[in-house]
Design a protein around this ligand. Structure first.
Ligand code: NAD
Length: 359
């Protein structure tokens, strides 16, 4: 039976970059036998404009009904004055929580052809290939009590709560260990167990889960040291697994090691491998409509989708090889351009990837 993919272009550059990813999927379907059906719907600011809500019921229904979601990006200055409950980002958060997407996979890969794009020395980052596995539906971003209260003295106090159950920790650790088995067989669990009891429990559970994976080497690192090590010697890591907030910070730090925000894909998975796939960057309102956005992060998100939700690793590899080949040809969008390369726009980059897939 055909696998169903829901396409959510979103706002800003979203529609431009998603159009190129759809070209890639269409090529795989029409020329290489990938059995998929694609449906498109609105999310974010564009959904608010049309339906008065960033996550319309129809979009949510289609999201529940599909095998994987491909999202461009949401948000933009136009919708910033809106009440927080209907801002574009609510559409994204709503999808994550409604679909139970608890595991966020953020690879930080630096193609050797782009080693100059990083602000770090090429020898520190060239060939970098790490995977950060961030818990996405728990921890301090969701814990209760939360809010800002006024004390009897009149002073205000802000509260957020870091909370994890053993089962929440266990399921994210299993995702990390399973992925490590397919990569370098090393997991670094990042916590702050010296200060936070909650992450003391995190460490205990990580060790317990690790016992089921004797082939995987498990190490532990405090988050402050992990931030330092990511910048000092990032290639020491294979898979890192951590809490929602630590993962939020560390994955942005890891992304910037590669220096090219337009290159990095991400996946958010549920317990059964259903997932939402999106570039890590936002809707880039400053370049929206100009035809210059880099579509490669979105195209590489399709490769992740094929690997993790559609069980089609050979198609994923075809895309990844094509992206590498396009970079070898010296083709670059403006964000990754350097001396001696040819700067091209969004559409030509998508076309170049499709052409390379046929080679
Ligand atoms: P951003 O990632 O959109 O842009 C940061 C910078 O990177 C900009 O200079 C932009 O032009 C550039 N950039 C981003 N993607 C690019 C691409 N594919 N090719 C070339 N250059 C690219 O972050 P921001 O400016 O902080 O946020 C803009 C909007 O996006 C905001 O409304 C924010 O809330 C939203 N946002 C959405 C998501 C998401 O949908 N997942 C994530 C982050 C930010």
């Amino acid at each position: 039976m055909s696998k169903k993919i829901l396409i959510l272009p979103g706002d800003g550059i979203g529609p431009e970059i998603v159009a190129e990813a759809v070209k890639v999927l269409t090529c795989l379907r029409d020329e290489f036998g990938l059995d998929v059906d694609m449906n498109e719907a609105l999310v974010g600011g564009s959904a608010y404009d049309e339906h008065g809500h960033p996550l319309p019921e129809e979009t949510l229904r289609l999201a529940h009904d599909c095998d994987a979601v491909l999202l461009g990006a949401v948000g933009g200055p136009k919708w910033e004055p809106l009440d927080i409950s209907v801002r574009p980002e609510k559409g994204l958060l709503g999808l994550r929580s409604e679909l139970g997407l608890f595991a966020n996979l953020r690879p930080a890969i630096l193609y050797p052809q782009l080693a100059d794009a990083s602000t770090l020395k090429p020898e520190v980052v060239s060939g970098l290939d790490i995977l950060i596995v961030r818990e996405l539906t728990g921890g301090i971003y969701f814990g209760r009590p939360r809010g800002v209260e006024t004390l009897a003295s009149g002073e205000r106090r802000g509260i957020n709560t870091l909370v994890y159950t053993e089962s929440e920790i266990e399921r994210i650790c299993r995702v990390a260990f399973d992925l490590a088995m397919k990569r370098g067989k090393r997991v670094c669990s990042v916590d702050k167990a010296n200060v936070l009891e909650c992450t003391e429990l995190w460490r205990e559970v990580a060790i317990r889960v690790g016992a089921d994976y004797p082939e995987v080497e498990l190490s532990h690192m405090y988050v402050d040291n992990a931030a330092m090590q990511l910048v000092r010697a990032p290639k020491q890591f294979d898979v890192m697994v951590t809490t929602n907030m630590f993962g939020d910070v560390l994955s942005d730090c890891a992304a910037m090691l590669t220096g090219s925000i337009g290159m990095l894909p991400s996946a958010s998975l549920d317990a059964d491998g259903k997932g939402m796939y999106e570039p890590i960057h936002g809707s880039a309102p400053d370049i929206a409509g100009k035809g210059v956005a880099n579509p490669l992060a979105t195209i590489l998100s399709v490769a992740m989708m094929l690997r993790y939700s559609l069980n089609a690793p050979a198609h994923a590899e075809r895309i990844e090889r094509a992206v590498s080949s396009v970079l070898d040809q010296g083709l670059r969008t403006a964000d990754i351009a350097s001396e001696g390369t040819e700067t091209i726009g969004t559409t030509r980059m998508g076309d170049a990837v499709v052409a390379a897939m046929r080679d």
